[in-house]
Design a protein around this ligand. Structure first.
Ligand SMILES: Nc1nc2c(c(=O)[nH]1)N(C=O)[C@@H](CNc1ccc(C(=O)N[C@@H](CCC(=O)O)C(=O)O)cc1)CN2
Ligand SMILES: Nc1ncnc2c1ncn2[C@@H]1O[C@H](COP(=O)(O)OP(=O)(O)OP(=O)(O)O)[C@@H](O)[C@H]1O
Length: 204
């Protein structure tokens, strides 16, 4: 029998959750079906578009992600931003609810950070990003997004906002991850723009 804290709220099986799950699986299926060649070329285009469109000040803290599965490979963009003076950081899973961002120093060792992810080691500085390049499973024309379903990013963004920080949020995806409409939930924080292989699109 599960301990009380392991019992999921009834809301977990709400129609909205079910619909998000379906949209997530379909979008990830389309992403998985892209060829390696397509993903590499699209990731290079994403880097070009991102470097042309994003202004970062020297010392600005930018969070990215280290690719898992069939995700966009952000490394060309991240290292371009680093050359312009950005400080980079990557998410590290701390527990079932929490990710923190540790500084990524190019050339420094990476460690296994669980769940198939790699990240900076424990002695790396913990940073609060002012620009977040957000991974996602699916997005819509309004800038609403669906993640992997753990709520890590929604919570990390809420945590920064509680501290009075208001990071710029840019979603990173391939065009094929777009869906008609992401169902709204009160905790979802919309993106201000999405960067794909066809360019940077601003919302609102
Ligand atoms: N590259 C990258 N890093 C990232 C994220 C991301 O989306 N992309 N995250 C964005 O939030 C966080 C990690 N989120 C994750 C959420 C679920 C699973 C996952 O594989 N879950 C398994 C079950 C894991 C297990 O119990 O062993 C699954 O869904 O099958 C992995 C990472 C932080 N780092
Ligand atoms: N700010 C928050 N505070 C507390 N719980 C949250 C918050 N944001 C999300 N959650 C919880 O996390 C769970 C997953 O959320 P959701 O389905 O939106 O995941 P997701 O879109 O895949 O998110 P992410 O990409 O942020 O991991 C939900 O049960 C939700 O209640």
């Amino acid at each position: 029998m599960p301990a009380p804290h392991e019992i999921k709220p009834v809301q977990h099986h709400s129609p909205i959750k079910e619909l998000k799950k379906k949209l997530r699986l379909e979008a990830l299926g389309r992403r998985d079906a892209l060829t390696t060649e397509f993903r590499i070329e699209a990731s290079m285009r994403i880097a070009d578009f991102g470097l042309a469109a994003l202004a970062v000040e020297t010392g600005a803290v930018v969070s990215g992600f280290w690719p898992i599965r069939s995700e966009v490979d952000l490394r060309p963009l991240l290292f371009g931003l680093h050359e312009r003076g950005a400080r980079l950081c990557l998410p590290v899973i701390m527990d079932k609810q929490t990710i923190l961002f540790r500084e990524l120093v190019p050339g420094a060792p990476m460690i296994d950070t669980g769940f198939g992810t790699a990240g900076p080691p424990e002695d790396a500085a913990v940073l609060d990003p002012s620009l977040m390049l957000v991974p996602l499973a699916a997005f819509d024309v309004r800038g609403h997004r669906i993640g992997y379903g753990a709520g890590y990013y929604d919570r990390a963004i809420a945590h920064l906002q509680v501290k009075g920080l208001n990071p710029n949020l840019i979603g990173l995806a391939f065009d094929c991850q777009q869906v008609e409409t992401v169902p709204d939930e009160p905790h979802d924080v919309p993106l201000e723009a999405i960067l794909t292989e066809s360019g940077l699109r601003r919302f609102g």
